[in-house]
Design a protein around this ligand. Sequence first.
Ligand SMILES: [Zn+2]
Length: 74
Amino acid sequence: MSGWRRTETRRGHQWNVQPVSAASAVKNYSCPGCGGIVAPGTAHLVVWRADGVLGDAADLASRRHWHTGCWRVV
Ligand SMILES: [Zn+2]
């Protein structure tokens, strides 16, 4: 992970948004925005709920990887 975590409000919820640099992206991830693959070497975003009722650990465990562009248009 790299870059600064920030908090954004989308769809009535607060989300933690953590940028991941291209160098740190070493696996394939499925992007919830477009259903496509976030390929290794692609700078992208990790997003998880900041206001979940299950607590930070559960929210972090259910974090999702998004293409930067896909998250912007949500
Ligand atoms: Zn996407």
